[in-house]
Design a protein around this ligand. Structure first.
Ligand SMILES: O=P(O)(O)OC[C@H]1O[C@H](O)[C@H](O)[C@@H](O)[C@@H]1O
Length: 288
């Protein structure tokens, strides 16, 4: 038997509190369909959320898992990361099942979206939480009539992982990949498996098929978070570093040390959908 979950509030926004019978929890704001919190069963908060975020309509929230769609970053004519993260999504369903909890949210084109992106579309974000895992799936459909135009988009699930300190964190599993370095706009190759963040880091790893591990090895912290993806082709790793962080008004001083973004993305080769076609991408997280 599944149980419907009500709309509650988080940070002043309408939200869904997913609670799985095993105690795992996730909070999703209807604003942007943004996951704001994930607490695995028996674990601690896994996502960073800036206390200086602007939690109101039309603004991007710094932290959790923003949905970048239909444009990643400034790689196109739309506003940065597209419009999906600053729009209210509608709740399709939120349920606690026997072993898990699932929420589904939807965004469709409207007059405002058609002004900047003239396409009929439907996007659905599903969030499934149970035990030590969280799965976030983004599905996009071209809802144009037969004979309408195909559209292209770039996208990301822009996950902000909470860490104790950037100097204790690393990402493992990136060897052999080419990446676009957004700091100096060059293409490079990653030879070693381990990435130890230092300074500003903003990379799009192309064709990233292998699973990754976010590791934290500090005096008080030992943590391994497995990150895998399907459907998405690339992985973005981002941390602003001290200097760039100083220009982010919605980030407290020093908080750049407290997160690392590892994003499931499709940037290098945009997704192209003909009318009636759809695309699905997923990021799966498991706390070891
Ligand atoms: O500050 P935002 O608009 O949320 O963007 C935050 C970051 O998102 C991505 O990770 C991009 O690769 C970065 O270049 C960008 O700075």
């Amino acid at each position: 038997m599944s149980k419907n979950l009500p709309i509650t509030r988080s940070h002043g926004l309408e939200a869904i509190e997913l609670v799985s019978p095993d105690g795992a929890r996730a909070t999703i704001a209807l604003h942007g369909a943004q996951v704001l919190s994930w607490i695995p069963a028996g674990g601690a908060e896994q996502l960073y959320l800036s206390p200086k975020s602007e939690f109101s309509n039309g603004h991007a929230i710094r932290g959790g898992v923003p949905v970048c769609f239909p444009q990643f970053a400034e790689r196109g004519p739309l506003k940065k990361h597209g419009f999906a993260r600053t729009k209210p999504w509608t709740l399709v369903s939120a349920e606690q099942g026997e072993h898990d909890a699932l929420a589904v949210l939807r965004l469709a084109d409207d007059p405002a979206s058609r002004m900047v992106w003239p396409h009929a579309f439907e996007a659905e974000l599903s969030v499934l939480v149970h035990g030590r895992s969280l799965q976030i799936e983004l599905a996009v459909e071209n809802r144009g009539e037969a004979g309408a135009e195909a559209f292209e988009f770039t996208t990301a699930l822009h996950s902000y992982f909470a860490i104790n300190d950037i100097d204790e964190a690393s990402v493992d599993g990136l060897s052999g990949l080419n990446y676009l370095d957004s700091v100096d706009q060059t293409e490079k190759a990653q030879r070693v498996s381990l990435l130890l963040p230092s300074g500003e880091l903003d990379r799009i790893y192309l064709n990233a098929k292998q699973d990754l591990t976010l590791k934290e090895q500090g005096i008080s912290t030992q943590r391994e978070l497995q990150i895998s993806q399907q459907g998405f082709e690339d992985v973005v790793v981002w941390n602003p570093g001290a200097e760039r962080a100083a220009s982010l008004a919605d980030l407290p001083d020093g908080d750049w040390r407290k997160y690392l973004c590892v994003e499931a993305a499709t940037v290098g080769r945009p997704v192209r959908l003909e009318p009636g076609e759809s695309w699905v991408g997923m990021q799966s997280l498991v706390l070891a």
